[in-house]
Design a protein around this ligand. Structure first.
Ligand code: GDP
Ligand code: IMO
Ligand code: MG
Length: 425
């Protein structure tokens, strides 16, 4: 038996989709445990690009069973659109894509409220993906949400939606001053959703436990990243779930499995963030633009340009601690090819004081100044290297510095978008 939990170690978009795709070659099951269609996980198979929002990236391997776990918030519309894309590409989902009955359902009013709230906040907005994530988790914790199993029950579905709509429309009209939603239309839509996703809903706990007992290889696919975690991230500029590895133990039905468990933190060789909030090592000038252009740094879900900056080892160490990482997968090293020198933050300065950790205070997060180490770059192309030894000396030194500083092995190095552009050490 082996469980590998693959999590975003930064602000999301680290290349989790690609790493999951590579590792799922040897996996029996891939599980998602949190978030929803706010995620955008890109996988290239040959020249074909797939962007998965809700469905585990393991679906692209025909023998892998994929589970959408209890901790996810599932938008049936996004789910069905994704299933359709897969079917059109000849990828089968029948019998190998299972939604937990406990998964909470995102309804049109969640998306509406997400957008109303962002509009009202104006410049102060979080910069959400608009996928209804926050409002859906609010209902879940308020115990007024609908789970997949509730969606299938005609009586519960109708009663709960009617009850919720009173409150939602009150908010939409009286607080946000926008047009109310039509309850009957939402009830109809929900009935359509129920019919569409019914074939995919079945008990997942037994299935996951069986897989553990049979010694299968299980991959757990995190969405977002540790710095977007509701408890540990740069609050309030975070998502509403637990992307950290601990979330996997409550959101997937695995239980607390600690034996034979790897926690793989995926980190870019530099750093990006999409949406608002603090970003100490952000580069607003030409170097930031260069990283964005070279790295194709545009959101896989919303198409927004990603903010780019230097790798932040203070934030990465914090992430390593709150996740319990056992190894790193370093992606997009090729994007740094050709840069004469590279910087990494190794501590922060705040009003003359040195800070060795990522602060909780949002005011401090905005005002800290990174202290950088500068390392030489390399001119050779890393994407054609077929072993770590072939990497340019300076690239190996860059990776070794990260390992020494954080005291964690970088076991996987990604040198391009393709499946075969991957090195193990
Ligand atoms: P995720 O959300 O963590 O799965 O990451 P995204 O898919 O949102 O963003 C990562 C982007 O980087 C995608 O376009 C990937 O195809 C791409 N990518 C992943 N690994 C590499 C790499 O090593 N080099 C380059 N150049 N691109 C990569
Ligand atoms: P993957 O899985 C990067 C960000 C949004 C916003 C904040 C809250 O592809 O790494 P939300 O819609 O979740 O309420 O938005 O979180 N965000 C992401 N940033 N990658 C993601 O997912 C993200 N999912 C949400 O931009 O700042
Ligand atoms: Mg993404």
């Amino acid at each position: 038996m082996s469980v590998s939990i693959v999590v975003g170690a930064q602000w999301g978009d680290e290349g989790k989709g690609k790493i999951i795709d590579v590792l799922s070659a040897g996996a029996d099951m891939v599980l998602r445990y949190q978030g929803g269609a706010n995620a955008g996980h890109t996988v290239f198979i040959g020249e074909t690009k797939y962007v998965l929002h809700l469905i585990p990236s393991g679906i692209l391997r025909p023998d892998v069973t994929c589970i959408i776990g209890d901790g996810v918030v599932l938008d049936p519309e996004a789910f069905m659109a994704e299933v359709e894309i897969l079917h059109k590409a000849g990828i089968k989902t029948e019998g190998r894509l299972i939604i937990s009955p406990r998964t909470h359902i995102i309804l049109p009013y969640h998306k509406k409220l997400d957008n109303c709230s962002e509009t009202l906040m104006g410049k102060q907005k979080i910069g959400t993906t608009g996928r209804g994530i926050g409002p859906a988790y609010v209902d879940k914790y308020n115990r007024t949400g609908l789970r997949a199993v509730d969606l299938l029950n005609d009586t519960i579905r109708e009663e709960r939606i009617r009850e919720n709509m009173k409150q939602k429309n009150f908010l939409i009209e009286q607080y946000y001053h926008e047009q109310p939603l039509n309850t009957d239309e939402i009830l109809e839509q929900a009935a359509v959703y129920a019919r569409a996703i019914k074939p995919y809903i079945s008990e997942t706990i037994d299935r996951v436990q069986q897989s553990l007992q049979q010694g299968e290889a299980i991959l757990v696919e995190g969405a977002q990243g540790a710095l977007l975690d509701i408890d540990y991230g740069s609050y309030p500029f975070v998502t509403s779930s637990h992307p950290v590895a601990g979330g996997a133990f409550v959101g997937s039905g695995l239980g607390l499995v600690t034996q034979h468990t790897e926690v793989i933190g995926v980190a870019k060789a530099y750093l990006t963030r999409v949406g608002n909030g603090p970003f100490p090592t952000e580069l607003k000038g030409a170097t930031g633009t260069l990283l964005r252009d070279r790295g194709g740094e545009y959101g896989a879900t919303t198409g927004r340009p990603r903010r780019c900056g230097w790798l932040d080892l203070v934030a990465l160490r914090y992430s390593m601690h709150i996740n319990g990482l056992t190894q790193l997968a370093l992606t997009k090293i090729d994007v740094l090819d050709g840069m004469s020198e590279l910087k990494m933050a190794i501590s922060y300065k705040l009003e003359g004081r040195e800070l060795a950790t990522f602060p909780a205070d949002p005011v401090e997060q905005e005002s800290i100044e990174p202290v950088y180490i500068t390392l030489p770059g390399w001119s050779e192309a890393t994407s054609a290297c077929s072993s770590v030894e072939e990497l340019p000396r300076s690239a190996r030194d860059y990776i070794a510095f990260i390992e020494d500083f954080l005291k964690i092995p970088v076991k996987i190095i990604s040198t391009g978008q393709r499946r075969d552009q991957i090195l193990f050490q």
